[in-house]
Design a protein around this ligand. Sequence first.
Ligand SMILES: [Zn+2]
Length: 66
Amino acid sequence: MISKEILSIIACPKCKGVLKLINESGLVCEACKVKYPITDGIPELLIEKAQEIDEQTSNDPTASDV
Ligand SMILES: [Zn+2]
């Protein structure tokens, strides 16, 4: 689980903006249009981990964690 306290202290590594929790396995930066994975409850806020998201598909269950 990602708590709101954690959400309040983490930020997008690209723009330092607010991240939005979309589900238990992903955080989205709407400014950068990227999604960061959450692995075992730990957000991987690395630019290398950022996955581009297309337009309105932020809720898409794209479970392509290869
Ligand atoms: Zn950003």
